[in-house]
Design a protein around this ligand. Structure first.
Ligand SMILES: [Zn+2]
Ligand SMILES: [Zn+2]
Ligand SMILES: [Zn+2]
Length: 152
């Protein structure tokens, strides 16, 4: 368990280095949470998971710098809250290429990046220019599908 924690920390530190981000306690802790969870996390999810270790502003700045550097992308969730997930494609400063489906589970409420589902190239009428495209689906996720509803 301790070994696993060490590896996670190393992984987080390597990522910060790769993305030219200075190592701070908050950045490392937040990154570890993203690496540990396979679903997207909102600002308040992170606040809950981190406890009282960091204030809202520090957390806000951390997420902002991650997004700027192409480490995480934001997802406008159907629930209305903005969630963040690690970029798996090659993203860099101000250039995100996260054109995959975001799946929102109506049972557990989590949002997942489905990298294997790529948004097809979209052709728009003349005069329209796309800055970002959001592709989302709602339904039951893999783990909820495998777990019978409580009470049954
Ligand atoms: Zn990205
Ligand atoms: Zn689910
Ligand atoms: Zn995503």
């Amino acid at each position: 368990m301790a070994q696993q924690q060490k590896e996670l920390r190393k992984q987080a530190q390597d990522l910060l280095l790769k993305f030219n981000l200075r190592k701070t306690g908050c950045r490392i802790d937040v990154l570890e949470l993203f690496l540990q969870n396979h679903f997207a996390l909102s600002h308040s999810d992170l606040e809950k998971l981190l406890g009282d270790d960091y204030d809202r502003v520090t957390l806000y700045r951390t997420l902002h710098s991650f997004k700027e550097q192409g480490l995480v992308h934001s997802i406008n969730d159907v629930s209305g809250s903005v969630k963040y997930a690690l970029c798996r494609e090659v993203c860099s400063n101000h250039q995100h290429h996260d054109n995959h489906l975001h799946f929102n589970c109506t049972r557990c409420g989590q949002t997942f990046c489905l990298d294997e589902v790529v948004i097809p190239a979209t052709v728009l009428p003349e005069g329209y220019q796309i800055d970002s495209l959001h592709f989302s689906a709602q339904g039951i996720c893999k783990s909820c599908n495998a777990t019978p509803l409580a009470g049954f």
